[in-house]
Design a protein around this ligand. Structure first.
Ligand code: SF4
Length: 340
């Protein structure tokens, strides 16, 4: 019996020790569990800080208010949001930029003077390597003398060269517009075709010219990837592409087709007036809160204001005969050739 009691005591001691060990282990596990989130804390903090920074750089609340006038100066940040930006966020930001620009340029229109598709396609071909203003100052004399494709197809090249001289590259441009007119007469009965696949087969007509004509003379959606468009969509990090056809496809995928033509006007107008190649007027930019490249140009609001061009700077526009909406908004017509 004694022996059995001793055995029982020993068993009880062992049980108590085991139970104590188990409690200690449990406590350790619990405190380890508690300690675990502490390890994650810095990552969470970093994510919060990054989100705050992203919010400050990409879309502060004043974005809409800034559209009406001069954007408030903003801190320049080395942070580039696109890498963290989801596809959905990119689409939203891109469409918001377009909406803001529609408010800034409600009167945006093609900046070449034209009254029919023939004049528009010729003017667009002439606009290579020169300004729309210079083309607009040159085409009145051209279309007065050669009002139809038949007239221009049969023209004396030397006489056309004299008229086109102010546009630069006037010999090559004379060859282009006469060749284009001949093709219109011979292949399309003197009419400009309204299909992309036909337009791009015409001499001197690439996709850019074709989309200008489709969008503005035929009301068919098109994206015009000119030098301004290429520069701005890269600044906004809408795409990394450098090839115009790839840019067109990448940007086209961010917007419904029905927005394409107006989008092209908004982007090009913004590039010509505010977001210049060498000195973007960031301090006077209405979409600064949405722009990852804010700070690439002048951020001081007063200095930036002085960089604005055309109607935004109080100067005449590019068209000699702009649409009424432009005049109603205070825009001034461009002067004829030699007048300024
Ligand atoms: S780079 Fe400057 S001017 Fe151009 S869109 Fe961005 S903030 Fe505006």
């Amino acid at each position: 019996m004694k022996k059995s009691a001793a055995a029982q005591k020993s068993a009880a001691t062992k049980k108590a020790t085991t139970s104590k060990k188990a409690t200690t282990a449990k406590k350790a596990a619990t405190s380890a569990k508690k300690a675990a989130p502490a390890k994650k804390a810095p990552a969470k903090k970093a994510a919060t800080a990054s989100a705050k920074l992203k919010k400050a750089v990409v879309a502060p609340k004043k974005a809409t208010a800034a559209v009406k006038g001069v954007a408030p100066a903003q801190p320049v940040s080395a942070s580039r949001p696109r890498k963290e930006e989801s596809r959905t966020a990119l689409v939203r930001r891109a469409r918001r930029i377009n909406r803001e620009l529609a408010e800034v340029f409600p009167y945006a229109h093609p900046e070449l003077d034209f009254v029919n598709p023939f004049q528009l396609i010729v003017a667009t071909v002439l606009s290579a390597q020169t300004t729309d203003l210079r083309v607009n100052q040159t085409t009145p004399a051209l279309f007065a003398k050669y009002p139809t494709p038949e007239d221009l197809a049969a023209a004396n090249p030397e006489e056309v060269e004299e008229i086109l001289r102010p546009c630069g590259f006037f010999r090559a441009k004379t060859r282009s517009v006469i060749g284009l007119s001949k093709a219109l007469v011979e292949e399309y009965g003197g009419e400009v075709p309204g299909r992309l696949e036909d337009l791009v087969k015409l001499p001197g007509v690439g996709r850019k010219t074709a989309f200008v004509v489709l969008g503005n003379a035929f009301g068919r959606p098109g994206i015009t990837v000119d030098t301004h468009f290429q520069r701005l969509v890269r600044r906004w990090q809408w795409t990394d592409e450098t090839d115009p056809d790839k840019i067109e496809a990448a940007v086209g995928a961010l917007f419904p087709k029905s927005d394409w033509t107006d989008l092209s006007h908004h982007v090009i107008w913004h590039g010509r007036r505010i977001c210049h190649a060498r000195k973007p007027a960031c301090g006077a930019c209405p979409i600064a809160p949405l722009c990852p490249a804010y700070g690439e140009g002048e951020t001081d609001p007063e200095k930036a204001k002085k960089l604005l061009k055309y109607e935004k700077g109080g100067f005449p526009g590019q068209r000699l005969n702009p649409p009424q909406a432009y005049l109603d908004a205070g825009g001034k017509p461009a002067p004829p050739l030699g007048a300024g």
